[in-house]
Design a protein around this ligand. Structure first.
Ligand SMILES: *Cc1c(COP(=O)(O)O)cnc(C)c1O
Length: 361
């Protein structure tokens, strides 16, 4: 895929940009440019274009607006000690984007084209990458079905875009997240779209998120669709449970059953925790085991992980059956160690033994 560079002729001034970066938050301001590419069944992918960030013009009968045929990704660019910029495992995001496209009957974009478009945009927008540890430029590649018509079928046209936004810490790392365990609603079922990163999974989750908020909780925890007992994920993040303490601790995460989203942060932590000398287990954990584990003290820490927040400690869990709290409700030492290690690798202050960072400038 050729990428034609036609960047904005009116980029933000340096002071405007610095102000927007300093404002922090997540997704509040977007950078000067975006990437866009069109696909049609007849001609395949046309050239991509890097151009000024701006609105799309869509016919009201565009299929994505009616049937939600859409996929997205989320990855980050981190500033490096020498002033350069690195992407974290962009090939893994590209591979997942390809799998999501297949599941949602959208055209495949090669991993190579995915990485090349992300790289071209980030290189162009490198002045927007925040410099502080823990901050980053968040990158949102996505694809929408753009055939015009209300017929229900896989669209014969699609549009791929990449946008970027400066991000501070998404969650407060010093305050544990409280969770509402939903037994009423499910995020995904076997054979459904739970493994694909598609907007519809999120649309279907918002009512449960609303209920979590009404219960005074920050996030919702999803259980399996059949028994409503096996813990799967928290909101748009994967979950980890720490059993025991110190060097002998075991780091446990729900295994990928086909309904969980295979997080790249989850995958990276499996490796990082092993490197740190911990025992790592992927398995099944029920809500009863969660309650009993934190009550007996066997489960010492819980954290959620994902690209946006990296690692977020989980404190109190509330469900129709009651409320229970992990440890003293504060972030635990292993949670913080894993967070610092992963962020250190991403920022180039800890050795990148697995070749995860891809330098772009
Ligand atoms: C994106 C996402 C995650 C986290 O994936 P990362 O690759 O670590 O960012 C977890 N769960 C859901 C439902 C997601 O959409």
């Amino acid at each position: 895929m050729k990428i034609n560079l036609n960047p904005s002729t009116h980029p933000a001034s340096a002071s405007d940009r610095e102000e927007k970066i300093a404002a922090g938050g997540f997704g509040k301001y977007y950078t000067d440019n975006m990437v866009i590419a069109q696909w049609s069944e007849d001609d395949g992918w046309a050239d991509a274009e890097l151009k000024a960030y701006g609105p799309l013009s869509l016919d009201p009968a565009t299929s994505v607006l009616h049937y939600g045929q859409e996929i997205f990704e989320g990855l980050k660019a981190y500033s490096q000690p020498d002033g350069g910029v690195s992407l974290f495992r962009p090939d893994a995001n590209g591979e997942r984007f390809r799998r999501s496209a297949i599941r949602m009957a959208l055209p495949e974009l090669s991993v190579e084209d995915f990485v090349a478009t992300v790289e071209a945009l980030v290189r162009n927008e490198r002045a927007w990458v925040p410099k502080n540890f823990g901050e980053s430029l968040y990158i949102r590649p996505f694809m929408i079905a753009t055939e015009v018509g209300l017929g229900v079928r896989p669209a014969n046209r699609a549009t791929y875009l990449v946008i970027t936004t400066p991000a501070s810490a998404y969650f407060n790392p010093d305050k544990a997240v409280t969770v509402w365990i939903s037994t009423e609603f499910v995020r995904a079922a076997q054979g459904g779209t739970g493994e694909a990163k598609t907007g519809g999974n999120y649309a279907g989750s918002l009512l449960a998120q609303k209920q979590a908020a009404a219960q005074g909780c920050d996030q919702v925890v999803w259980l399996d669709a059949i028994e409503r007992r096996w813990v799967e994920e928290m909101g748009g993040m994967n979950l980890y449970f720490v059993k025991g303490q110190g060097a002998g601790a075991t780091i446990f995460t729900p295994k990928l059953t086909g309904t969980l989203l295979a997080g790249i942060t989850r995958d990276s932590i499996l490796t990082v925790a092993k490197d740190l000398g911990y025992k790592v287990v992927e398995g099944m954990i029920s809500t009863d085991e969660w309650r009993d584990g934190v009550t007996s003290g066997e489960i010492t820490e819980i954290f959620a992980c994902g690209t946006a927040a990296v690692v977020s400690p989980v404190g109190a869990a509330k469900s129709a059956q009651g409320t229970w709290t992990t440890g003293d409700g504060n972030p635990g030492p292993i949670t913080m160690q894993i967070r610092e290690t992963l962020l250190g690798i991403q920022h180039g202050t800890i050795e990148d033994k697995h070749g995860w960072n891809k330098r772009v400038s």
